[in-house]
Design a protein around this ligand. Structure first.
Ligand SMILES: [Zn+2]
Length: 82
C-alpha cells in the first residue's frame, strides 16, 4: 500500500466524492478490482457510486469489505478518524 500524506489529503479531499476517489486510489492503486473474484473487468454504476463485475456480476463499492461498509458516517468523518 502506498504511503499517503493525510494532511494534504484532507486539504484536497474535502468532499465525499473526492474522499471516495482517494479511497479507490488507495485501495486499488492498479485499478479497480472485484472484491469477490478479483476480476479487473468492472463497469462503474454511476448513480450509485458502485462497481459491477463483468465476470461474476457482483456489485460492490469502494467501502465493501472494510470497516466503513456498515457505517452511515460521511466519508469525511472517517478520514478524520483515520
Ligand atoms: Zn467478480
Amino acid at each position: 500500500m502506498k504511503r499517503v500524506n493525510l494532511v494534504s489529503l484532507l486539504d484536497q479531499y474535502n468532499t465525499d466524492d473526492r474522499c471516495r476517489d482517494a479511497l479507490e486510489a488507495i485501495r486499488w492503486p492498479d485499478g479497480v478490482a472485484c472484491t469477490r473474484c478479483g476480476d479487473t473487468e468492472v463497469d462503474e454504476v454511476p448513480s450509485r457510486n458502485q462497481w459491477r463485475c463483468r465476470g461474476c456480476k457482483y456489485r460492490f463499492s469502494v467501502m465493501a469489505g472494510t470497516i466503513m461498509h456498515r457505517s452511515h458516517l460521511p466519508l469525511r468523518k472517517w478520514f478524520l478518524a483515520i
